[in-house]
Write a protein that binds this ligand. Structure first.
Ligand code: 5RP
Length: 235
């Protein structure tokens, strides 16, 4: 395992310390969330009763492989704790997500969750998200017109491909990877893109976390979001 993987795993283990018996947990998507799902699986094996709402088909399969009971959103009155990775996070607790194409369900689960922990290796924190590619989920019918509209807003949008084929999300939608010039405010740019008809959600997560756990070579660094109504869990 290389350093970066060790950092992801360490952050995920630190997040697992916030899991309590009988919680409904929101499970994120991606290579960092993987370690948390693995950890949650070990807790279930040890006797902790958890239920999970998952943010992608891939995470659902992974959770099932670790014997974590998965329930659909309509069976979850609440989500006690959501744990997910990010593509980048700035010093104001805003993140860009959607590198794995799961941003829509990830945002719904983060919005519903009482507590949100973002876990990451030390490559993810950035000073500022300006110029960072923003994934945007869009209805296939609207994809090319929405890409044109992004250009009219001063950005550039490319419809995501994977392995030489059109990429579709678990919801049957397309992803536009949008870039604006560095001098554009990333929050305002994301808000403008969100207004385009056919755009379902952007990967700009505006301070939607309670805390951030960063695996580093010197241990796990914890940042608590002071602005969030999702009051951080007490230890
Ligand atoms: C998926 C996501 C992921 O959380 C994000 O891409 C981070 O992934 P990884 O932990 O593999 O770097 O937003 O839609």
């Amino acid at each position: 395992m290389d350093d970066r993987e060790r950092q992801k795993e360490a952050a995920a283990k630190a997040a697992a310390a916030w899991v309590r018996d009988e919680m409904t947990v929101g499970l994120g998507t991606g290579s960092t969330a993987y370690y948390f799902i693995q950890e949650a699986g070990a807790m279930v094996r040890a006797g902790i009763r958890l239920r999970a709402v998952v943010t992608s088909e891939a995470t659902g399969k992974l959770a099932a492989s670790f014997h974590i009971p998965v329930i659909p959103p309509e069976e979850a009155q609440t989500v006690d704790l959501a744990v997910d990775g990010v593509d980048a996070v700035d010093t104001d607790f805003c993140a860009v997500k959607g590198g794995g194409g799961a941003l829509l369900r990830e945002k719904i689960v983060a919005w519903k969750a009482k507590q949100v922990i973002w876990i990451m290796d030390e490559s993810k924190p950035v000073k500022n998200l300006a110029g960072f590619p923003l994934p945007v989920e869009v209805l296939p019918f609207a994809a090319s017109w929405a890409a044109d509209a992004v250009k009219e807003l001063g950005g550039n949008a490319v419809c995501r491909q994977r392995d030489g084929k059109s990429f579709f999300t678990d919801n049957g939608n397309r992803i536009l990877d949008v870039v604006f010039p560095k001098e554009r405010d990333s929050r305002l740019a994301a808000e403008a893109v969100r207004q385009i008809p056919g755009v379902l959600e952007t990967g700009f997560f505006d301070r939607m976390c309670s805390r951030i756990l960063i695996g580093t070579t010197g241990g796990v660094r914890e940042l608590v979001n002071p602005n969030k109504e999702k009051a951080p869990l007490q230890g």
